[in-house]
Design a protein around this ligand. Structure first.
Ligand code: FES
Ligand code: FES
Length: 199
């Protein structure tokens, strides 16, 4: 396959084949009998919607989300588990989606930044806006997803613990202080709403 050819360009999308075979040729039909060779069926619930896909075994969850499902809110930074830009929530836990193969997550529930709220901003999103907790915004979806999961984990009660438990989310703009302000704000509001509910 000559580099730069149409087939070569199409094969770059081969990791997940909803409508193309691995070498770029059209599928025979949309039925199960036309399953592209070398791919594996994977079912994911992404932002509440079940998605049935045929994926190549080497496809990362990050590439699946961005390249095939057009959920580009999840960012690719290092692609090596070093920056946290690709953080999503899988079955309630935050993970670096660049380090997870899609086939490993068969049957999982995945939440991306696009699925965090369905109308009003999620409290963490609102707090990031309120505290101006970003500059370029590239790390922001990952920071927010990480913060949402961290708050659910209940492991952070102080600024130091927020910093520690979000240390895998790198911000090259250095907006850390405002990010911690935002997360701390949500934690305090959550604690006070729990107190009010108990009274
Ligand atoms: S892109 Fe996944 S950790 Fe950097
Ligand atoms: S806001 Fe630019 S990298 Fe974090």
């Amino acid at each position: 396959m000559p580099p730069g050819s149409r087939a070569a360009r199409l094969s770059r999308r081969a990791p997940v084949l909803g409508h193309l075979t691995i070498d770029g040729r059209p599928m025979l039909s949309e039925s199960g009998s036309s399953t592209p060779p070398g791919t594996i069926p994977v079912t994911l619930t992404v932002n509440g919607q079940e998605r049935q896909l045929q994926v190549a075994p080497w496809t990362t969850l990050l590439d699946l989300l961005r390249e095939e499902l057009d959920l580009t809110g999840t960012k690719k930074g290092c692609d090596h588990g070093q920056c946290g830009a690709c953080t999503v929530i899988v079955d309630g836990k935050r993970i670096n989606s660049c380090l997870a193969l899609a086939v490993q997550k068969d049957g999982a529930k995945v939440t991306t930044i696009e699925g965090l709220s369905s109308g009003d901003l999620h409290p963490v999103q609102a707090a990031f806006v309120e505290h101006d907790a970003f500059q370029c915004g590239y790390c922001t979806p990952g920071q927010i997803m990480s913060a949402v999961a961290l708050i659910e984990e209940g492991r952070a009660r102080s600024r130091e613990e927020i910093r520690e438990h979000m240390s895998g989310n790198i911000c090259r703009c250095g907006a850390y202080s405002n990010i911690v302000d935002a997360v701390e704000d949500v934690l305090k509001n959550k604690a006070s709403s729990f107190r009010e509910a108990a009274e």
